[in-house]
Design a protein around this ligand. Structure first.
Ligand code: PGA
Length: 251
């Protein structure tokens, strides 16, 4: 089954309002009519609505970087699915390694967020990935197996199909070090196999798996050419329209 390439820009904690407007406008200028690749930008919460005003009507979709699973109430600092929806959000990144490392995200909280997102009609981008230590000590497979099974726990096949998985080896994020195309593809196949065990081979073949971790214009083509790499989750290189387009174009 042909899987449409999906490139998402994760702006992380970058861009004030003015910068977000300028960046999203320049992305619309270069990529706004691109329909053969799915494209999303994920600015910080404070810029979602302003970015939405700019990308509305173009092919670029809006994503958020996190969400909280409760609907409303006394949860200071948190943002709900409904709030994201009302700001124009389509996708939401869940379980990014920076959330797991710095903010106490666990497989359980990832699962709660994924379920809340799906039930409100948001499309999750679920991040998984190993540390260098885990890779070197042979624990990579069990770590990724646990993260994938944890995230998809209790989901129906229909819901699973609405998810994208982002494989982001932690040692490659923001380090300039990229997994080789072969390393990425091997893990993507491994993840697809886990999905096949949980759901079915059909779901496993349909679900999109992005690679993330220092993906740039000069390495994007080789990564995206791999049989099981269906796109990218882009950090640093998503902060300039030219480098973001340099990744989308080979796709
Ligand atoms: P990077 O970040 O492209 O800057 O390595 C990717 C990510 O963390 O999503």
């Amino acid at each position: 089954m042909a899987r449409k390439i999906f490139i998402a820009g994760n702006w992380k904690m970058n861009t004030n309002l003015e910068e977000a407007r300028a960046l999203s406008q320049s992305i619309v200028d270069v990529l706004g009519n691109t329909t053969d690749v799915d494209i999303a930008v994920c600015p910080p919460y404070t810029n979602l609505s302003a970015v939405n005003d700019i990308i509305k009507g173009s092919a670029i979709k809006l994503g958020a970087q996190d969400v909280y699973w409760e609907e409303s109430g006394a949860f200071t600092g948190k943002v709900s699915c409904d709030m994201l929806k009302s700001a124009g959000v389509t996708y939401v990144i869940i379980g990014h390694s920076e959330q797991r490392t710095y903010f106490g995200e666990t497989d359980e909280t990832v699962n709660k967020k994924v379920k809340a997102a799906l039930s409100s009609g948001l499309l999750p981008i679920i991040c998984v990935g190993e540390t260098l230590e885990e890779r070197k000590s042979g624990k990579m497979d069990s770590v990724i197996d646990r993260q994938v099974k944890g995230a998809f726990e209790g989901l129906s096949s229909d819901d699973a199909l609405k998810c994208t998985i982002a494989y982001e080896p932690i040692w490659a994020i923001g380090t300039g070090e990229t997994a080789t195309p072969q390393q990425a593809n091997d893990v993507h196949k491994f993840i697809r196999n886990i999905i096949s065990q949980i759901f079915s081979e059909e779901i496993a073949q349909a679900i999109r798996i992005q690679y993330g971790g220092s993906m740039k214009p000069d390495n994007a083509k080789a990564l995206l050419e791999q049989s099981d790499v269906d796109g990218g989750l882009i950090g640093g290189a998503a902060l300039k329209a030219s480098s973001f387009a340099g990744i989308v174009n080979p796709a």
